[in-house]
Design a protein around this ligand. Structure first.
Ligand SMILES: Cc1ncc(COP(=O)(O)O)c(C=O)c1O
Length: 389
């Protein structure tokens, strides 16, 4: 035993899902198996060249070599506000107080609870979901209560399942549409009900919109919670350039919404980090202003992949949802295995890496998640191997 006892908040953490998968994958790859990795939602497509060029130019400016602003360059925040207006019709976001730059949205989501959660405070999460919501709350000493997302409810939480007292106790609710891992989407009607509930019970709505730009039907674009009139009274929304512009490695994202919530997050950040590299923010401005034609092409590629994958899954008799958005397909584990057994077996016997649904919460048991982050032929090959297991 080490003489350095881990803090309880770390000792009690489950292994970070993707770190555990990476380790198992490395072991199988070491045996010479051809691995097809559909485990993590990390776009394989390259960052568009004009964004790289913008970074190169910005990196040459000496002023950009110094500490950036804690809350981000005003020009980046202005570009975010303008993008929100163009994309979502959300008008009047005030760049100085209602937009903050993040070093990736994971950082912002993980830090946000520190601003509002005292030990023992309650936050609501909607599993199966991105693990960082719960971890951020627990790091701040808070408690997490689950509002599970069920297939029969179209993976929307049942807001009436909790009594008034619980809603009043809850300081935050986290929602994520298009959802990771379920790929489900929400409507503005759902967001309107959520905002109404949150207003009535003084609950903060945290919306995670990281996947909004990967949609398959332009007539049905995923909305922002901020489209609901009055949402800004209670909501903060996290968004990211990671998935939209294939920039996961760049670490550039934003949070927008209620000024008190945005400024409180800024208060935490100014004490623990020193802002995002200005050159990356300048490249981010280029992405937000000129990126749409490139995203359009990426959508077409994901659509081809989604269609090929879903057709192959259907032909193999594997139940799944055909997603309207996101880079994921959420499918049912065939047979009687648990998600973890299925995923481990699949990796060992076929070299295909997928993510067990149970890794996103108990209610993800019986499902697995496929990431559409390899080319169509490899996806078809992967489903063929899955069907032979
Ligand atoms: C639902 C969701 N939110 C947020 C993130 C974080 O993205 P980033 O930190 O790259 O902005 C991810 C990453 O996979 C995600 O799946």
């Amino acid at each position: 035993m080490s003489k350095f006892a881990l803090a309880e908040r770390v000792a009690s953490l489950p292994p970070y899902l993707f770190a555990a998968i990476d380790k198992a994958k490395a072991e199988v790859a070491a045996q010479g198996v051809d691995i097809i990795s559909l485990g993590i939602g990390d776009p394989d497509l390259p960052t568009p060249e004009f964004i790289i060029d913008a970074l190169y130019e910005a990196a040459k400016k000496p002023a950009n070599h110094q500490y950036p602003s804690y809350v981000g360059m005003l020009q980046f925040r202005e570009a975010v506000a303008a993008w929100y207006e163009r994309r979502f019709g959300v008008k009047g976001l005030e760049p100085k107080n209602e937009v903050i730059t993040l070093i990736g949205s994971k950082e912002g989501i993980g830090h946000f609870p520190w601003a509002f959660i005292n030990p023992g405070d309650l936050a609501l999460i909607c599993p199966p979901c991105y693990p960082v919501y719960a971890t951020g709350v627990k790091f701040a000493g808070g408690e997490v209560m689950e509002l599970p997302l069920l297939e029969e409810n179209n993976y929307l939480p049942d807001l009436e399942a909790l009594d008034e007292a619980t809603w009043k106790r809850a300081k935050i609710i986290f929602v994520n549409y298009p959802g990771n891992p379920t790929a489900s989407t929400a409507t503005t009607e759902f967001y309107a009900k959520l905002v109404e509930k949150a207003k009535a019970t003084d609950t903060i709505v945290v919306s995670d919109l990281a996947y909004s730009e990967i949609y398959y039907d332009p007539a049905n674009k995923p909305p922002s919670v901020l489209q609901v009139p009055g949402a800004k009274d209670v909501a903060i929304e996290f968004h990211s350039l990671s998935k939209t512009y294939n920039m996961t490695g760049w670490r550039i994202a934003m949070a927008v919404g209620n000024a008190e919530l945005v400024n409180a997050l800024g208060k935490i950040k100014e004490n623990v980090d020193s802002g995002a590299f200005n050159a990356v923010q300048e490249a981010g401005i280029a992405a937000l202003q000129q990126g749409e034609p490139f995203v359009e092409k990426a959508r077409a590629i994901y659509k081809e992949r989604r269609d090929a994958t879903c057709e192959a899954l259907a032909a193999a008799g594997i139940e799944h949802q055909v997603p309207d958005a996101s880079v994921f397909v959420w499918a049912k584990v065939p047979g009687n295995k648990t998600s973890a057994e299925f995923v481990t077996d699949l990796l060992k016997k076929t070299g295909v890496v997928v993510t067990p649904g149970s890794g996103f919460g108990e209610c993800g048991e019986g499902y697995f998640r496929i990431s559409l982050t390899v080319d169509t032929d490899r996806l078809k090959e992967a489903v063929s191997r899955i069907s032979q297991l």
